[in-house]
Design a protein. Structure first.
Length: 353
C-alpha cells in the first residue's frame, strides 16, 4: 500500500536545506512512500537538483507562497498567512491527497492551524502532543500532553490515555501498552483532585480490560521505563520536556569541557571513546524526533525546529508508520468505545511550546 506524506519544507530553523535531503533519504529507504513537498517551488526544485532528485517519480512539488516563521503569533499564522507552506501541507491531508503531514515549524502555530483545518475527532475535546523520551530499558517512553493544554479536566487526561495507548500499540506493536499517570507520588491519596479523578476513570477501564493502567508514576519513572505511556496535563508535560532538554545539554557541555581540561583527561576521553559513543547514541535525541498531534481528523507530526536531516527523517518515518498502521482509525474506534458523551467542558486550548 502506498503511503503519501506532505512535508512542510519551509518550516523549522533550517528549512529546505534539511527537510529535502531528509525526504530524499527517506524515499531511498521506503519504496512504498510518496512525498508532497510544500513550499516555494523554485527553492524546493533547486534543492532537489542538488540532491540529484529533481525528476524523482515519487516526489510532487506543491507551491506555497508564504512561510510561518518560528516567531509568528498565532493570529498571523492562522488568519493572515493562508498560503503558508504549513497550512498548505496540512490541507493536503484534509483533501485526501496525503495521509499524514510533517512540519518542523512553530509548534503553537502548527497546532492551531491543524486544529482549524482538520478539526478534532468526534468524541475528542482537545488534541494533545505526544512525544518520546528514552528510558533505561533502551526503549521509548511515550509522554503526553507536552504542551497543547495547560489546564485539563479528568476526561481530557482520560482521552489522552486512550489516544496514547492506541498510538503505542500501533507504533511499537505492543498489544496492551502500560499507562502511568504522572503524579507527586505513587500512592492513591497523593495528587490534586484532577489526577485523583482521572485515576478512577483509568482504573475502571483497566478493570474491564479496556486499558492497561499501571497506576500513578513519578518523574523518575519516565526514564526507568516503568510504563510505556506517561499521561499528564500540558503544563506539567512541557515543563518536564524543557527541563529534560536543559539537563541533557548541560550534561553534554560539562562532559566535553571536563574531558578537554588537560592532557590526562583528554587521554581518558580517548581510552573511553567507545563507551562515550555508546552513551551518546543511547541519548541521541534524533532517534526520538517526531511528536504526534493526537485527536485531529488527520495525522500531523511535529519535528524539532532545530532538527538536522537525520533527525527530520525520523519524524517522516513516524508519520509513515502511523499512517500505515491506521492509527487514526484505531483512535476513533477506541474513543467511541470508551468515552462517555456527557462532558460539557468548553475548549480552551493553550499551546505553550
Amino acid at each position: 500500500m502506498t503511503i503519501k506524506i506532505s512535508i512542510d519544507c519551509m518550516g523549522g530553523d533550517h528549512g529546505p536545506s534539511v527537510t529535502i535531503p531528509a525526504a530524499v533519504s527517506f524515499l531511498k529507504r521506503e519504496p512504498d512512500a510518496e512525498l508532497i513537498l510544500v513550499g516555494l517551488e523554485d527553492v524546493i526544485r533547486a534543492e532537489l537538483k542538488k540532491q540529484h532528485a529533481d525528476t524523482h517519480p515519487r516526489i510532487t512539488v506543491q507551491h506555497a507562497s508564504e512561510q510561518v516563521t518560528m516567531d509568528d503569533p498565532l493570529e498571523v499564522a492562522l488568519r493572515r498567512k493562508k498560503d503558508s507552506s504549513m497550512r498548505v501541507a496540512i490541507e493536503q491531508v484534509k483533501d485526501g491527497k496525503a495521509q499524514a503531514c510533517v512540519s518542523a515549524g512553530n509548534t503553537g502555530a502548527l497546532m492551531a492551524v491543524s486544529r482549524y483545518v482538520l478539526k478534532t475527532m468526534t468524541g475528542v475535546d482537545r488534541p494533545a502532543i505526544c512525544g518520546i523520551m528514552p528510558n533505561q530499558k533502551n526503549g521509548p517512553t511515550y509522554m503526553l500532553d507536552l504542551g497543547a493544554n495547560v489546564d485539563c479536566e479528568p476526561h481530557h487526561l482520560h482521552q489522552f490515555a486512550i489516544m496514547g495507548s492506541v498510538l503505542v500499540s500501533a507504533m511499537e506493536k505492543i498489544a496492551r501498552p502500560t499507562i502511568g499517570l504522572l503524579n507527586v507520588g505513587t500512592e492513591d491519596i497523593k495528587g490534586n483532585e484532577v489526577v485523583k479523578a482521572t485515576s478512577k476513570l483509568l482504573q475502571a477501564d483497566h478493570e474491564r480490560g479496556a486499558l492497561n493502567f499501571h497506576g500513578n508514576v513519578e518523574g523518575n519513572d519516565i526514564f526507568k521505563g516503568t510504563t510505556d505511556i506517561v499521561v499528564c496535563d500540558g503544563f506539567v508535560g512541557n515543563v518536564t520536556l524543557k527541563a529534560v532538554e536543559g539537563v541533557a545539554r548541560f550534561f553534554g557541555d560539562t562532559l566535553r569541557t571536563e574531558f578537554k581540561r588537560n592532557l590526562l583527561t583528554m587521554l581518558g576521553a580517548l581510552l573511553g571513546g567507545g563507551a562515550l559513543k555508546a552513551v551518546k547514541d543511547r541519548f541521541q535525541p534524533s532517534r526520538h524526533n517526531g511528536a504526534s498531534l493526537l485527536g485531529l481528523r488527520g495525522l500531523v507530526f511535529k519535528s524539532h525546529g532545530g532538527a538536522d536531516a537525520y533527525s527530520f527523517e525520523w519524524a517522516i518515518r513516524r508519520a509513515y508508520d502511523a499512517a500505515k498502521n491506521d492509527v487514526l482509525g484505531h483512535i476513533s474506534e477506541m474513543i467511541a468505545e470508551l468515552m462517555p458523551r456527557n462532558t460539557d467542558t468548553p475548549e480552551v486550548p493553550s499551546s505553550t511550546i
